[in-house]
Design a protein around this ligand. Sequence first.
Ligand SMILES: Nc1ncnc2c1ncn2[C@@H]1O[C@H](COP(=O)(O)OP(=O)(O)OP(=O)(O)O)[C@@H](O)[C@H]1O
Length: 255
Amino acid sequence: MFVPLDALSENQQPVVRVDQMTVVRRRVVLRNISFAVPMGSVTGLLGPSGSGKTTLIRTIVGLQARASGTVEVLGLPAGSASLRREVGYVSQAPSVYPDVTVRENLRYFASVLGLRGEPRAQAVRRVLSDVDLTALAGTVVGRLSGGERSRVSLAVAFLGTPRLLVLDEPTVGLDPVLRRDLWALFGRQARHGTTVLVSSHVMDEADRCDRLLLLREGRLLAAGDRGELLARTGTVRAEDAFLRLVEAPHSLEAG
Ligand SMILES: Nc1ncnc2c1ncn2[C@@H]1O[C@H](COP(=O)(O)OP(=O)(O)OP(=O)(O)O)[C@@H](O)[C@H]1O
């Protein structure tokens, strides 16, 4: 059963709209998925390992072929060339240069975005602080741990001002204090107009999101406002809502 918690009003242009999408990767890994992500929200894409989160994210950033259905981002087909500057994407594999320092990577990517001089230096300082890497700014990326390297990729994504930021499991393995700070940062980005879509398999993190997409075995269990999901399922935590949807779906169908 799928619980569509709320529909977007006619004139509310979603940042992401997925309609009846199925994806096959040797077997069906996403089945008949439909949802919309409104502007300015932090939407959590939550589901166990292997449920299809990365595959769904790849369709949104235009890297994954679909068997059927449509995916639109800012009203254009996902992957359109004109979306390149509008969509920031951080995959699970760090995508920065290993043979130069953290600061040199950030200066390079800031230059690609057209920043020069003091604005570039300021942007680099800001994102180093955002991801708590100021102390490692002079370290060659190849000598960092996996988690530290992922944070460099995250910092690159924060250099620009994309309208949609898509982050694939950005908080895996991080210190709880940094995790909390990053979620606060995602909220600030959303308030400044960047829509943030974040995946996680840690159900606790769902409680930090405005909206949720709950995925299990390639099917969407629920999509919409977190508060409404909790109210509909009579739960106070997203993890319990997830269990309720899996274990007692029929009792919710009339609601
Ligand atoms: N390169 C691939 N080729 C074929 N099938 C794949 C490939 N990558 C993933 N799959 C299949 O797609 C399913 C969903 O994988 P996906 O990576 O989207 O899940 P996920 O929810 O992101 O998992 P995790 O949290 O472990 O990253 C997997 O169960 C796997 O069977």
